[in-house]
Design a protein around this ligand. Structure first.
Ligand code: F6P
Length: 534
């Protein structure tokens, strides 16, 4: 399906439907008391309220039809079955296997992957428990008190975010320190505060080639050697990687290396051994609950018919707003400080998956793909960018995340009131006549008019338990894959990040005073000159 990807019957039907929707206003639509119930869906423990979207129940059905026309449900099922849906790398994308029940088998290259997944998960749990309880002490025999997790991208963002989100469920046995940036400011702010003899360093890298991670790992290793000596190093190192030999060469003992398969994409990997930092935070039971929450949404994805499939429709909504409303960004606003890192995780999950301009077959797209994903927690965002959301010239769909269990605390109730108020203000706006009726100074009326009809999706979690947080992550994993399949891209590769890595390696000698590579562009030459002070 080439350039006419969205001109087929379902796409064309949506285009004409959009013309009808464009003439509607949420202020009118939300007078219908039956609308919320007819546009709210469940996904595991989550409640996904689409009633403030641009459109109506017919829109959701037409989006489901478009998904079917673009073969999205079949590709999602193929993904969960172990088919090589990561077409440019010839791999499966089997993150669902990481939290699947032991049966039925899931085959990759004719081999059931589930026994190995279970073995690795058990090894990680046993290791974490042994370290956290002191059964596996540091080289001096003293219990490990601090664990440094060194990784970046998918080897950091998801685990760091889930560890923060599940704060109220931490076992508090060790202190976790997540390090990602190669900027010394991050690691060097942590090391001086820790005692090497009671510190474990975990290097997390799918490839064990990411230069930022290797540079930080080398610095942490040197710090350990200085503190406990080379011979004691093995008591203070662990690794999570597909490159087992590289980890061994780094000095990690075999029983502290935890592998995972190349069919686990970095940004989809937090339910694998990459989530070891989560398990240090919430323990074996918490990690099991996280995976159970993810599995509940995996099941809903595969079982729920498209018009009632929350994850599928959440992804198709990105297509709806990008294709039919030309929205170029969307904002994620969790009304929970513990979910403050969710936007950062979703930036990689969604933009590294779908920020592409050729299809999986290599043909240039003639349609928009991933929106720019950004966000910050509420209520902070209200004092930063909500002015633009309410009165700006851009349509920016909003994903709102609400946590139901925070009632009972006066400030938490204020948080909830703000969540609902913002959703209403975005949808309803405020007309000039309403302002005049309210007696607003006529000179100010034009400045206070709010157009409204600004759409949002409200995703409710019952609480911030590992189970609920896991469900939220899986919801977005599947929405991302669904949108990617709809756009016809490969949601699981990331060729666009390779060139920057190559250029950085080529320029490093010039930054440190060596010759500037021949053919370097003028701006880089000038910047190098400035950097080097001449
Ligand atoms: O951002 C590019 C990327 O390859 C991500 O896909 C990945 O999560 C990250 O770098 C880290 O890669 P690794 O886990 O191999 O160090």
């Amino acid at each position: 399906m080439g350039h006419d990807r969205f001109q087929q019957p379902a796409g064309a039907a949506l285009r004409s439907h959009q013309k009808t929707v464009a003439g509607l206003h949420l202020g009118d639509l939300l007078t219908d008391v039956d609308r919320p119930a007819s546009m709210t869906l469940a996904a595991g423990p989550l409640t996904v309220d689409f009633s403030r979207m641009l459109g109506d129940p017919t829109t959701l059905h037409l989006l489901a039809d478009l998904a079917a026309e673009l073969d999205v449900p079949r590709q999602l099922a193929a993904m969960a079955s172990g088919a090589p849906v990561n077409t440019t790398e010839g791999r499966a994308a089997l993150h669902t296997a990481l939290r699947a029940s032991a049966t039925p088998p899931i085959l990759v290259a004719g081999q059931d992957v589930l026994p190995d997944v279970a073995r690795t998960a058990a090894r990680v749990s046993d290791f974490v428990e042994a370290v956290a309880t002191g059964a596996r002490p540091g080289s001096s025999g003293t219990r490990i008190t601090d664990v440094i997790f060194i990784g970046i991208g998918g080897s950091d963002l998801g685990p760091r975010m889930v560890a923060a989100a599940t704060r109220q469920h931490h076992t508090r046995q060790v202190l976790a320190h997540f390090i990602a940036n190669v900027d010394p400011a991050e690691l060097d702010a942590v090391l001086p505060r820790l005692d090497p003899s009671t510190t474990l360093v975990v290097v997390i890298s799918k490839t064990f080639t990411t230069v930022e991670t290797l540079a930080n790992a080398a610095a942490a290793r040197a710090w350990l050697v200085e503190g406990v000596g080379e011979t004691a190093l093995s008591h203070h190192l662990a690794a999570v990687t597909t490159a087992i030999d590289q980890a061994a060469a780094f000095g990690v003992p075999a029983d502290a290396v935890f592998g995972f398969h190349d069919w686990v994409g970095g940004r989809f990997s937090l339910s694998s051994a990459v989530g070891i930092g989560i398990e240090f935070a919430i323990g074996r039971t918490g990690m099991r609950a996280l995976r159970e929450g993810m599995r509940a949404v995996d099941t809903a994805l595969l079982d729920d018919p498209a018009p009632q499939n929350a994850a599928l429709l959440l992804g198709m909504l990105d297509v709806w707003y990008a294709q039919y409303f030309r929205a170029v960004s969307k904002v994620v606003v969790p009304y929970s400080q513990d979910l403050a890192l969710l936007p950062s995780h979703l930036q990689q999950l969604q933009m590294e998956s779908n920020g592409k301009s050729v299809t999986a077959d290599g043909d240039p797209v003639s349609w928009p793909t991933s929106p720019v994903v950004w966000g910050a927690p509420g209520t902070n965002g209200q004092h930063a960018f909500f002015q633009l959301l309410h009165q700006g010239t851009h349509l920016v769909p909003v994903d709102l995340i609400g946590i139901r269990s925070t009632i009972g605390n006066e400030r938490a109730e204020l948080l909830q009131a703000n969540l609902l108020a913002q959703a209403a203000a975005l949808a309803l706006g405020r007309t000039a006549s309403a302002l005049e009726t309210a007696g607003v100074d006529p000179a100010l009326v034009p400045h206070k008019v709010m157009p409204g009809n600004r759409p949002s999706t409200l995703i409710w979690l019952p609480d911030l338990s590992p189970h609920s947080v896991g469900a939220l992550i899986a919801l977005y994993e599947h929405a991302t894959a669904a949108a990617g399949f709809a756009w016809g891209v490969d949601p699981f590769d990331q060729w666009g990040v390779e060139r920057g890595k190559e250029l950085a390696s080529a320029l490093l000698p010039a930054v440190t005073g060596g010759p500037v590579p021949h053919g370097t562009d003028a701006a880089t030459v000038a910047s190098l000159a400035y950097l080097r002070g001449y």
